[in-house]
Each structure stands twice: as structure tokens, then as C-alpha cells.
Write a protein that binds this ligand. Structure first.
Ligand code: NAD
Length: 356
């Protein structure tokens, strides 16, 4: 099992070190090789995704990624900014399926901004299409408006588009995932207004014919945004396009209390995957030893399950995380009265001890 370790910037190296420690404690054989990415790679090699890092990532069974970015790179031209590394990896490896589970751990029910009864036991999975939609559609740009009430004025435009195979493959990913869960899929669209999403809805319905054991419902994105805060537990798997998924998955992440708890996985057709916490590089707390490493540790568990075919090891890590939370250990982002405040390294050590 070949893992590329890309720690990145800010808190990235601190939290990835804890996940690596946990992986090593499993007693399995991994080949791990580390390479710079993001701002760290720009400093070392003049590019956020150097050819050598991309080569390592391509050759690996899975990539464990920390986070990239820092305000000090904001003035760089777009192509050299750290965030381009993650977009470059998604594109180069064809990572079209993004999984973001939003699970509210029993011990953290009170950390959510919603009432505890609304989030207790919450366990939803957002499946976001990651390589299409308006984020990648061509043409795009700025020009003089060719028509309309403001013809001749300066305008900007993007293109929303999806092909049938792109929708079919993400729909299959969602239906397959639902089969391992509660067998319910909510497909989120804006079919009442957008041609692209009427097509999305039609194609998802077509694919559903192969999954008669899974229940499918269609929901408009504005309603889905509302239902996620009104009654989040009614969802099982949500599948949607790139832009709607971007927004809804961040909304869902906050239901669980802290972004420091949320893992994610991005997979391609070969099940090769990039695993990373849902949060960024948190430059405000970098180097202070207070970052929550649990999202990264849980991302490593997803890696074992989805790309490395080690579901028992994934279960062990997830159980160990529950144990440390039950022991009352908390990094500052999830700390509350009556619990024990710990730092990044102590949290990683506690997970390792719980594994044993
Ligand atoms: P962020 O997620 O880095 O931080 C938001 C807030 O959450 C901060 O207060 C931070 O301290 C806190 N936080 C985040 N992770 C935490 C953790 N593990 N433990 C405790 N607290 C945590 O988002 P931001 O501040 O908007 O962005 C910072 C940088 O990260 C930017 O350069 C941005 O572009 C980049 N970014 C990168 C990724 C990625 O690498 N995939 C994703 C999002 C943002």
C-alpha cells in the first residue's frame, strides 16, 4: 500500500504528522513518501504543484493531504497560488467524486449551533461531483455584452454544463454508497430554472432504474439548504453538482460542531483517492500546537476503507476517535466545560493509545 503524504502549509504538517502516527500504529505495512505541496512547494521549487509531487501522487494508491494556503501568497498570480495545487491534483487524477460525511458524535452534540435534539445521531453523506459544472465549464471570461438591456457594457460569464456520463458516474457512486447505508438518496438540483439541472434530474432518474432497492427523492437546492438546518436527520445520502455541493457540504459541516472534525475523500474511477480534512490551513493557529487533528485522522480511516481495502483498520481508527472523545479529551475548537483541553500531539497520542 503506497501512500503519498502531502502535508502542505499552515497546520497541514502538524495534523498530517498525527494521522501518520496513527497509521503506523495499526501494524500494517505501508510505503509512505512525503512531498511538498502548496506554499511549501512554491518556496522549495517555485510552483505549488511541482512535477515531482504530481508524479508521486499519480503513482500512489492514495494521497493523504493536509491543507494549503496562506495569506502571504495572496498577491501571487493565480496559477502560482497554493490553492492551485489542490485543483491541479483533482484535475490531473480525475478525482470526480467527493465524499463528505457529516457525523455528529454523541459527545459533541452541544458543540453544534443547532439544538442538540436536531443533530444528535446525525450521520449524512454528501456526494459532490468535483470536476464539472460551472467551475470548469467553457467558455468563460469577460467581454462586452453582446445583447440585452446593457449591450455593449463590460460583462463576465461562466458556463454551467454537464454531460450524461459525468452525471451517470456520480449518480452510481451515490447509489452504491446508499446501499451501504440507509438506502436513501436525495438528488439536489435546480431543475425548475436551469436546463443543466433538468438534465441532471433526468439522468439521475435513469440511473436509478438500476437501483430499485434505493429510494430516490429530488429536491431543489434552495429547499435542501433550508431542510439541512430544519431537519438534517431526514437525509441519508445527498448527491449534487460541483457548485451546489460546495455550498451544501460547508453548511452541513457546521451542523456537527467543528470543521476540525470533518474528513473528506475525493476518488477517481480507479478508486485512487485524495484524502484531506474539510478545513483549510488555518494560518491563525499554525505552529501553536492547538489544531484538531481528528479530521485528518478520520480522513486516513476513509483512505483505508475506500482506496486500500482495509475496512477493519478504518473501523478501528473510528472507534479509537470515539474512545478519546468519550474520555473527555478536547482540542480548543471543541472544548467545553467539564472536558480536558489537549493539544494536537496529545490528541494524536490518545488516538494511538485507544487503538492499542
Ligand atoms: P480554514 O478552514 O483554514 O480556517 C477557518 C477557521 O477554522 C479558522 O479560525 C481556523 O483556526 C479554524 N480551523 C480550521 N481547521 C481547524 C482545526 N483542524 N482545528 C482547529 N481549528 C481549525 O479557512 P480559512 O481561514 O478561510 O482559510 C485559510 C487558508 O486555507 C486560505 O489560504 C485558504 O485558501 C486555505 N484553504 C485550503 C483548503 C485546502 O487545502 N483544501 C480548503 C479551504 C481553505
Amino acid at each position: 500500500m503506497n501512500i503519498a503524504i502531502l502535508p502542505g502549509d499552515g497546520i497541514g504538517p502538524e495534523i498530517v504528522a498525527e494521522a501518520v502516527k496513527v497509521l503506523k500504529a495499526l501494524g500494517l505495512r505501508f510505503e509512505m513518501e512525503t512531498a511538498p505541496v502548496g506554499g511549501a512547494a512554491y518556496e522549495a521549487a517555485g510552483h505549488p504543484l511541482p512535477e515531482s509531487t504530481l508524479r508521486l501522487a499519480r503513482a500512489a494508491d492514495a494521497i493523504l493531504f493536509g491543507a494549503v494556503g496562506d495569506w502571504k501568497y495572496d498577491k501571487l498570480e493565480r496559477a502560482l497560488r497554493p490553492e492551485q495545487a489542490i485543483l491541479g491534483l483533482r484535475k490531473a487524477l480525475g478525482l470526480f467524486a467527493n465524499f463528505r460525511p457529516a457525523i455528529c458524535y454523541e459527545q459533541l452534540t452541544h458543540a453544534s449551533s443547532l439544538k442538540p435534539e436536531l443533530v444528535a445521531g446525525l450521520d449524512i453523506l454528501i456526494v459532490r461531483e468535483l470536476t464539472g459544472d460551472i467551475y470548469f465549464g467553457q467558455p468563460r471570461g469577460r467581454r462586452s455584452a453582446p445583447d440585452g438591456a446593457f449591450a455593449g457594457s463590460e460583462e463576465a460569464f461562466d458556463t454551467m454544463r454537464y454531460t450524461r456520463p459525468e452525471i451517470e458516474r456520480i449518480a452510481r457512486v451515490a447509489f452504491d454508497a446508499a446501499r451501504q447505508r440507509h438506502k436513501r438518496v436525495t438528488s439536489v438540483d435546480k431543475a425548475n430554472v436551469l436546463e443543466t439541472f433538468q438534465f441532471w434530474k433526468d439522468v439521475v432518474s435513469d440511473v436509478h432504474k438500476d437501483y430499485p432497492d434505493v429510494q430516490l427523492e429530488h429536491m431543489y437546492v434552495d429547499n435542501a439548504a433550508m431542510q439541512l438546518v430544519k431537519e438534517p436527520k431526514k437525509f441519508d445520502v445527498i448527491v449534487t453538482g460541483n457548485m451546489f455541493g460546495d455550498i451544501l457540504s460547508d453548511e452541513a459541516s457546521m451542523l456537527t460542531g467543528s470543521i476540525g472534525m470533518l474528513p473528506s475523500a475525493s476518488l477517481n474511477e480507479k478508486k485512487q483517492g485524495l484524502y484531506e480534512p474539510s478545513h483549510g490551513s488555518a494560518p491563525d493557529i499554525a505552529g501553536k500546537g492547538v489544531a484538531n487533528p481528528l479530521a485528518t485522522i478520520l480522513s486516513a480511516a476513509m483512505m483505508l476503507r475506500f482506496s486500500l481495502n482495509q475496512p477493519e483498520a478504518a473501523d478501528r481508527i473510528e472507534a479509537a476517535v470515539k474512545t478519546v472523545l468519550a474520555q473527555g479529551l478536547r482540542t480548543p475548537d471543541i472544548h467545553s466545560e467539564g472536558t480536558t483541553r489537549v493539544g494536537t500531539t496529545q490528541m494524536g497520542d490518545a488516538v494511538v493509545n485507544a487503538l492499542r
